[in-house]
Design a protein around this ligand. Structure first.
Ligand code: ADP
Ligand code: MG
Length: 391
């Protein structure tokens, strides 16, 4: 199967409920779902006061839960060790690691004055883990939505997303921006989530042409470089901003970057050129979606990929290959645009395409990629999906 199907949410819900019955003998669970996300454009500029344009994908983590009358939380998830979280002590980092995301979310509710009752919960998921599609944000948002149900309360969506982000910072040690949790929490069917990372406000941008679809192709590689690479890129952008003597990248023009080229040195200059051009591209792409100018979006996606490859240097041969296969298929074959998505050094590409051609495109991407790398990629398609919600 080269284009993997997206299971209906109701199947995941039934599966989670069946697991809760099997492991903990609960009937009538409360359940919640939260999606992964993919970023269409706006890469490596979330920490530069830029814009990002992600969407929630039709891949979810679903949790089914019921109160257990104890002072502890018992958790099960596929391929993960069982976890028990005591509610008698303050939440701290502990084992197993995957439960830290849940400890972090519980902590966020406790900080807001809520008393968490003991409960049992089972998770099922079809969000690929560690594939750059933010299974971690889906996990946090699913738990936050479950706690809303258990506590019979509702947090404003932005507060819920920020609580989830803080869980990731403090309990998983990942200093992520706001994109992942905002996309998972705010996602809406037929909408992209434009996020202004300077003021943290999301805006829903319509993606309502029924003839379009988005293909996500996981290259299934991840190069070790990523940890140090990310920190080094952040440092380069800080140096670039200092060189133009500005407080925010949003106030920097390309002319100012050009003028500071010598002071910056070649590497920081190229990083800076990426930041300023990608901020511009993302703002223009959002306008294009608003005016249904899809041809132009393909050009912007191409320019974004080229800039990430050449100026920001966060692509890798496998991402470049997957993108070039899509580009070769071209408009005639139904591809509007393609680029790497996420932090880079591996992970996934995102391709905007015609829905009626998605299967053919995925088949070609799968076959050519496999032929050249001997790696089997994971490819599926999606439309913008609904964000975290109770089921
Ligand atoms: P990404 O968010 O890109 O998928 P991360 O490394 O940020 O990758 O998050 C992956 C981690 O999130 C996993 O190692 C695991 O701890 C946790 N996780 C994700 N999905 C699940 C799941 N279904 N059940 C339990 N833990 C999960
Ligand atoms: Mg993550």
């Amino acid at each position: 199967m080269t284009l993997q199907p997206n299971e209906p949410l109701s199947n995941l819900r039934d599966e989670a409920a069946a697991k809760l019955k099997l492991h903990f003998d609960h009937d009538q669970p409360l359940s919640a779902a939260a999606p992964g996300r993919v970023n269409l454009i706006g890469e490596h500029i979330d920490y530069c006061d830029g814009f990002v344009l992600p969407l929630a994908i039709e891949r979810y983590i679903v949790v089914a839960a019921a109160l257990n009358g104890r002072n502890e939380v018992r958790l099960r998830s596929e391929n993960q060790p069982e976890a028990v979280i005591s509610l008698e002590e303050k939440m701290t980092l502990s084992e197993p690691k995957w439960a830290n995301y849940i400890r972090g979310v519980i902590h966020g509710f406790q900080e807001r004055g809520h008393t968490i009752p003991g409960f049992d919960a089972c998770f099922v998921s079809n969000v690929p883990t560690g594939g750059g599609l933010s299974s971690s944000a889906a996990l946090e948002c699913a738990v936050a939505t479950l706690l809303e149900a258990l506590l019979d309360t509702t947090l404003p969506t932005k507060e819920k997303a920020l609580l989830a982000q803080k869980a990731e910072h403090d309990f998983a040690g990942v200093p992520c921006g706001i994109m992942d949790q905002f996309a998972s929490a705010f996602g809406q069917k037929d909408h992209l989530v434009l996020i202004d990372c300077q003021n943290g406000e999301p805006e829903m941008v319509p993606f309502n042409n029924p003839e379009l679809e988005i293909i996500i192709a996981n290259t299934c590689v991840s190069h070790d470089l990523s940890d140090g690479g990310y920190a080094a890129r952040r440092k380069d952008t800080e140096d670039g901003l200092a060189a133009v003597n500005k407080q925010s990248w949003r106030d920097v023009t390309m002319a100012e970057v050009e003028a500071a080229k010598e002071a910056m040195g070649d590497r920081v200059f190229r990083r800076s050129r990426h930041v300023v051009s990608e901020i511009e591209r993302t703002a223009v792409a959002a306008e294009c979606f608003k005016t249904s100018d899809y041809a132009n979006i393909g050009q912007l996606m191409k320019a974004s990929h080229d800039s990430l490859r050449d100026d920001f240097e966060v692509s890798c041969p496998e991402l470049d290959l997957m993108v070039s296969i899509a580009e070769e298929i071209g408009l005639e074959g139904g591809v509007l645009g393609s680029r790497m998505t996420g932090g880079g050094f591996g992970g996934s590409t995102v391709t905007l395409c015609r829905k009626d051609k998605a299967r053919d495109i995925a088949t070609i991407m799968h076959e050519k990629y496999q032929e050249k790398t001997s790696i089997t990629p994971e490819i599926f398609s999606t439309r913008p999906a609904q964000g975290a919600h109770q089921l």
